[in-house]
Design a protein around this ligand. Structure first.
Ligand SMILES: [Cu+2]
Length: 115
């Protein structure tokens, strides 16, 4: 009896995994943490995002970098807005991180934000 339950659970997990498409859409979204201080905001044109999971994927990939304050991604607009610490990370590195997971990225604009 226990075996049957385990198999059902396993099949369910596999079905869920296929449905979600793990390559494109990484699970678990977490709100970006915000830190005050010197920060710049860069907007990236990102092409290839097709759903909310892609947004999460882009956010997670960028947040892995050092010096990232906040990441926003929108597949509808095809862009990502990143608030970062320019002394720790460069827009080119953020662009590279997005491209590494399979999307095309281009720096659209950089704006300085100092308090
Ligand atoms: Cu997606």
């Amino acid at each position: 009896m226990i075996k049957a339950i385990l198999i059902t659970a396993l099949a369910g997990t596999i079905a869920l995994g296929v449905w979600i498409n793990p390559e494109c859409c990484l699970l678990s979204s977490s709100a970006a943490s915000e830190t005050a201080g010197d920060a710049k905001t860069a907007v990236f044109r990102v092409s290839g995002m097709t759903c909310g999971g892609c947004e999460v994927g882009v956010r997670m990939a960028v947040k892995k970098l050092d010096g990232i304050h906040k990441v926003e991604a929108s597949y509808k607009e095809g862009k990502a807005t990143v608030k970062y610490d320019p002394s720790k990370v460069k827009p080119e590195e953020i662009k590279a991180a997005i491209e590494k997971i399979g999307y095309k990225a281009k720096v659209e604009k950089k704006e300085e934000r100092k308090k």
